[in-house]
Design a protein around this ligand. Sequence first.
Ligand code: BJW
Length: 241
Amino acid sequence: MGAMDHIRNIVILTGAGISAESGLRTFRADDGLWEDHPVEQVATLQGFHRDPDLVQRFYDERRAQVMAANPNPAHLALGRLDMAWKPSRNRGELLIVTQNIDDLHERGGAARVLHMHGEALSAWCTMCDARHRWTGSLRGAPPCPACGQAALRPDIVWFGEMPYQMDRIYRAIGNCDLFVSIGTSGAVYPAAGFVQEAGRVGAGTLELNLEESLGSRFFSETRLGKASEIVPAWVEEMLAS
Ligand code: BJW
């Protein structure tokens, strides 16, 4: 990678691996979430229509797990970077694009966080389009607090649905000098394609992951290890540059 002092704008993509050490299961590991919850049952609109109760139960459990989890040193390090890396401090822009539905980046101190696959602690009304912070259960079709209809679903982007805020994400990638991917397997598009997009605009590309991923060959540098160790080390490097 080029000299760190040429880096101004940073985009950081995170996936389930960054929250693994907080006790939240990843998807594609042998003991991952998809092992006992088939994707097509719990992460598609068709699955939801077929058995809403099953899907609501799955996300009720995920919501409870998220609330019981705490940010780990990787979230906290990104929180420090987010606080420090600002144009007003002669650095540049920063955006954390997370595929995760947990709120551990926010609780780890980061403010510039975009949840491209939705949020566990949000319910979306399919009748009036309102979104509500939701910490309890969605089973039994509770009424939407805004319109009263029993039309709330988890505010989650399922397969075949458009991830959130794609324009903003591509704009940030188009302007970045460094793209960093943390704890994601590179199996799910469009997120898996961001590294190539960043490469096209001449940005440096760095992968921080436990093991080689499907996308490793697209990165200019890959560092392997636990997020709780390699993310704080990288953040210290950035803050010292
Ligand atoms: C550690 C660690 C530690 C472990 N430290 N690291 C192009 C080609 C083929 C198919 C498609 C394509 N473009 C789109 C598609 C379809 C589809 C798709 O990608 N399918 C693939 C499976 C091939 N994509 C979509 O449908 C997306 N929508 C879309 O493209 O819209 C456009 C469109 C719409 C309509 C018509 C036409 C086009 C939507 C994708 C939605 C994904 N949703 C999910 C579930 C919801 C959220 C939830 O329930 O939590 O999001 S799927 C699931 O996978 C979840 C995750 O965010 C996502 C990514 O997983 P992630 O984070 O990478 O986790 P893992 O488990 O895979 O990897 C963890 C990694 O961490 C591993 O590498 C470990 O080694 C590592 N790790 N411990 C560091 N301690």
